[in-house]
Design a protein around this ligand. Structure first.
Ligand SMILES: [Zn+2]
Length: 379
């Protein structure tokens, strides 16, 4: 065992300044931490610069899969639909229209006001404004029972959402390299012996030590039904290579070389998980790559755009299926709760036939937009 010094700034690590770094950034769903790897200060600095950029690039997928963070939530994000609408994707997978509207039409009989906004609370705020401007206006009822007075528009869209990706660059790349290095550290490797990785992390002008790899699938038992993150490292004294493989959300696939002079015992280690549930996974990673294959990945020669595109489409379809399921459960649970409270019935009581009819009507009222939307889109 070596003395624990911060891998990035060399300061000695004690209980007081140990950042207990997440191997995979928590912002994208990683849970496992490693002790004694880097100090608090470097954690903050690298987090601000590297992890923030990586999380930004993966934000739409974090929203789609409703990734939970230890602190704070994944920020909502604006999207454009193929029909030209602008929508906001929320962290619970629902969409809101972006532009709040206010239209006032004065005619002979009075004033007609149309208001739209992104949430009930925002609508209420606007209604209070109307009340101040027109004290006579009958807005009290709407204010007291906003959910039954507002019409939900655009909650579900029939258009396709346009997701634009950019992935890579030095900032996100350093986050990826740091993840592989932290797992190597967790496996007992001294970061100082990982010259390629350290040089890239510490020297802003250094050449990248990672590249995209889509030439063949390096994961032999790829999960098909859920998204996953995987960080894998492997040291081989025969080839003297200490290699890493990082894959996020099943579609961003990166190979890296941490060291070309590895001469300790043969080992491999991984941290893979389902970022929705946090459940650990054991993946069969086949990282038998030569140095020349790794180097050609650095030069974008292993970036097969067709394979990449197929992987992205697959993960988007998986995300839509999962968010459909989550939304279905949410809508039905809300509808039942609403119907019970409106009927004044306690769960478990035997319903009269009038109550049953009333319940069915109330439930339908709540689930109608969701059901109709899905009849139309899913045939
Ligand atoms: Zn440090």
């Amino acid at each position: 065992m070596f003395i624990k010094k911060c891998a990035l700034c060399n300061v000695e690590i004690s209980e007081n300044n140990d950042s207990k770094e997440h191997i995979i950034p928590n912002a994208i769903g990683g849970k496992k931490k490693v002790k004694g790897f880097i100090c608090d200060l470097c954690n903050i600095k690298s987090g601000d610069a590297w992890e923030t950029e990586l999380a930004k690039q993966l934000n739409s997928l974090c929203l789609l899969f409703n990734i939970k963070r230890d602190r704070g939530a994944v920020p909502s994000q604006k999207f454009r639909t193929t029909g030209g609408k602008h929508l906001i994707l929320n962290k619970d997978g629902t969409f809101d229209q972006v532009t709040p509207g206010y239209k006032e039409v004065v005619n002979d009989t009075g004033v007609r006001i149309d208001i739209s906004d992104r949430s009930y609370s925002k609508l209420k705020k606007r209604l209070r404004g109307v009340k101040r401007k027109y004290p006579q206006a009958p807005v009290d009822e709407a204010l007291n029972d906003i959910e039954n007075h507002a019409i939900i528009k655009n909650k579900y869209t029939h258009d396709l959402i346009e997701f634009n990706y950019s992935f890579g660059g030095d900032e996100a790349g350093r986050s990826i390299v740091k993840s592989a290095l932290s797992l190597a550290f967790d496996s007992g490797i001294n970061p100082k012996d990982c010259k390629d990785a350290m040089n890239y992390l510490l020297n802003s002008k250094a050449e990248a030590c990672f590249g995209f790899f889509y030439e063949r699938d390096l994961i032999k038992n790829r999960p098909e039904k859920n998204p996953f993150h995987c960080v894998y490292v492997k040291g081989d004294p025969v080839t003297q290579l200490l290699l890493g493989y990082v894959e996020y959300f099943g579609c961003q696939r990166v190979v890296l070389c941490l060291s070309r002079s590895y001469n300790d015992v043969e080992f491999n280690n991984q941290y893979s998980l389902n970022p929705i549930t946090g459940e650990n996974l054991t993946l069969d990673v086949d990282l038998n790559l030569t140095l020349s294959e790794i180097e050609s990945a650095y030069n974008y020669e292993k970036l097969n755009l067709e394979v990449y595109k197929t992987a992205v489409i697959k993960i988007m379809a998986m995300g839509q299926a999962i968010s459909f399921q989550m939304e279905k459960e949410r809508v039905f649970a809300d509808a039942v709760k609403y119907a019970f409270s409106e009927c004044g019935v306690v769960e478990g009581e035997i319903l009269t036939s009038e109550q049953q009819k009333a319940m069915a009507g109330l439930i339908w009222k709540k689930i109608e937009p969701f059901v109709l939307h899905n009849i139309v889109t899913k045939h």
